[in-house]
Design a protein around this ligand. Structure first.
Ligand SMILES: Nc1ncnc2c1ncn2[C@@H]1O[C@H](COP(=O)(O)OP(=O)(O)OP(=O)(O)O)[C@@H](O)[C@H]1O
Length: 586
């Protein structure tokens, strides 16, 4: 009974209107808006074809009006679709002869072209409202649709009873504003370009305002987050690699209000670095396509209202405490990470090149490793996030232009302006902070801000560990821990890991592993094959733990990394805090 009621609610029609495709005679589109999405029912001659654009695939919609033609002639009183240009109705450049109101609906759908890789494509549905003789009336109607669509995309309740008030007086007002921190030096140095080309268009389609700050030096983002009033923003979007994420997380834990910030302001990451482990892990967790369009899942995450918790790991070294979201490394992978810095210009390729170099000059490090094995079985990713049935599988062109009938001569309606080259309208209220680096937040180089955050449950780093901890001592080629599935875009380190499984995935490679075993292991990292090919007593093991400690032999030299950042070489211990962080998800 309850299920039936839920289904009825899902299919309840909020708005419905008939539109015409003017280039095709006898073809009408009945367009319905329900909680599930925008349903386009195409009726032509004896056929009826229905397609649904799910609400979660729609990111925004805008009401626009046709722009005055510069070289219009008297005989052409309606805009031709291939020359249609639209503007905000506040523009001084309006075409007063066209009383239509245009509703542009922006969606990123999975098209139904079978055989090709699953990939989202941008589609614009244009609904032209022109049933009334006055623009104001048509605009009112378009605004009503816009408001309901905006409410549904935000997950707000919509009641059929007051839908008719949803026009000018109830016009949707955006309450969100994002802080964007962009590292222009991340990866191959394309952070700014990625933001302008890939993210800004999506923010503008969703009409989300933002404040952009370009980082000026290492630790700029950390100081900014530590010292700013973050509550003026509803989310923080980072453009860069895992390094800028590390700065921001640790900047938050340098605030005494860290707990409120971490709970109420989700963080998003747009991959611009060379590793991009977190961005890839988020896409993997949400079953979003990444290869080919790596920035799209993050751009969609920035404009949607979805977020989820993420495990964070408290790290203690002899001189500092930090919070980590990705990894701790000792040995081979850290050597590759740090020593390949000199090849930064190669982007992600630097890791492959340096892996080969390190395999030839293989090193073993001596020390002790303690850990607490994780008890419970791995929980599967949250089912609603992996549910692709919510996504569309549509056979639609990249733009669909539909019109209400006005009893006027029909014009072309499959508006085919090149969507990729569309000009974007600026999102109101956005600001851009570029160069001025006052330096006023920069602390004295020696002065370390205090670290807040949840208290550790472990003995301190200098204290002995209880006998319940497992201990391995001897030679190690590497010990690498990750709490995310991916350490980089093409490094599936812990295939079973999810953002919030409460586990640290500890990879132990003992001294004595052969070069061929290591080569096999390194090749397996790109697909995750290394994780399934382990056998009892292997030199290479991947085990889930909740805490660990490494004590390297201090007579040797080496590298240790936290989230890919170089930290001092010496004793280090880590402890998971399940679901402490919050990240934006597509
Ligand atoms: N304007 C800047 N100039 C120089 N360095 C910067 C600047 N802004 C940030 N940084 C530093 O750059 C480092 C690398 O940044 P980021 O992680 O974004 O890119 P990446 O290292 O290429 O990517 P990944 O960490 O995924 O490999 C960070 O540790 C950060 O401190």
């Amino acid at each position: 009974m309850e299920i039936k009621q839920a289904e009825q609610n899902q299919n309840r029609i909020f708005l419905e209107e008939t539109f015409y495709v003017l280039s095709k005679k006898n073809c009408v589109f009945r367009v319905r808006l329900t909680k599930e999405g925008l349903c386009l029912i195409k009726e032509s001659e004896n056929t009826v074809k229905e397609s649904l654009i799910p609400i979660r695939d729609i990111i925004g919609c805008r009401c626009l009006r046709s722009k005055k033609q510069t070289n219009s002639c008297a005989c052409q009183n309606l805009p031709r679709s291939n020359s249609l240009q639209v503007v905000e109705d506040t523009s001084g450049d309006l075409d007063d002869t066209d009383v239509s109101a245009y509703l542009y609906i922006y969606a990123y759908i999975f098209p139904g072209n079978k055989g090709s890789a699953r990939k989202r494509e941008r589609t614009i549905i244009t609904l032209r409202f022109r049933s009334f003789d006055k623009y104001e009336e048509n605009h009112k109607e378009a605004q009503r649709w816009r408001t309901v669509i905006k409410k549904l995309t935000k997950g707000d309740e919509v009641s059929i009873t007051n839908i008719h008030d949803f026009s000018l007086s109830h016009k949707h007002k955006e309450t969100r504003k994002l802080l964007v921190l962009c590292n222009p030096k991340s990866g191959p140095g394309k952070g700014k370009h990625i933001f302008q080309q890939k993210v800004v268009p999506v923010l503008q389609e969703a009409e989300i305002p933002y404040d952009l700050h370009i980082t000026k030096h290492a630790n700029f983002a950390r100081e900014f987050v530590r010292t700013s009033n973050l509550f003026q923003w509803t989310g923080i979007v980072l453009v860069g690699g895992d390094g800028i994420m590390f700065e921001v997380i640790n900047g938050i834990f340098e605030r005494c209000d860290w707990s409120e910030v971490i709970r109420s302001i989700p963080i998003g990451i747009v991959p611009g670095g060379s590793g991009n482990g977190l961005a890839r892990s988020i896409a993997h967790y949400c079953n979003e396509p990444y290869i080919g369009t790596p920035t799209l899942p993050s751009a969609l995450a920035a404009v949607r209202t979805n977020h989820t918790t993420m495990d964070l790991v408290r790290i203690e070294t002899t001189s500092q405490i930090m919070f980590s979201f990705l990894s701790v490394g000792w040995g081979l992978l850290s050597d590759i990470d740090i020593e390949s810095e000199r090849l930064r210009i190669l982007g992600g390729q630097r890791f492959t090149v340096w892996s080969l170099a390190r395999l030839i000059g293989l090193r073993t490090y001596n020390g002790k490793l303690w850990y607490i094995p994780a008890g419970a079985p791995v929980s599967p990713p949250k089912s609603n996030l992996n549910n692709t049935s919510m996504s569309s599988n549509l056979d639609l062109p990249t733009e669909v232009h539909l019109e209400t009938d006005a009893g006027r001569p029909r014009v072309d309606s499959w508006y085919s302006a090149n969507s990729k080259k569309s000009a974007y309208f600026s999102a109101t209220g956005s600001s851009y902070q570029s160069t001025a680096d006052s330096g006023e937040h920069r602390p004295n180089a020696d002065e370390k801000p205090r670290m807040f955050g949840p208290a550790s449950q472990l003995p301190c780093l200098t204290a002995p560990l209880p006998a319940s901890w497992k201990c391995i001592s001897g030679g190690f080629i590497m010990v690498h821990a990750s709490y995310q599935s991916h350490l980089g875009e093409d490094c599936l380190f812990a295939p079973e890991a999810t953002l919030n499984d409460g586990r640290i995935w500890l990879l132990i490679v003992r001294g004595g592993a052969t070069r061929s075993q290591l080569l096999h292991f390194l090749l397996g990292l790109s697909t995750g094959a290394h994780a399934s090919s382990q056998t009892e007593g292997d030199m290479i093991e991947l085990i889930p733990v909740t805490a660990f400690r490494i004590e390297p032999d201090m007579s040797e030299k080496g590298y240790m990394t936290v989230d890919g950042e170089h930290v001092e070489y010496g004793p280090i211990q880590a402890e998971i805090f399940p679901e402490l962080g919050r990240v934006m998800i597509p």
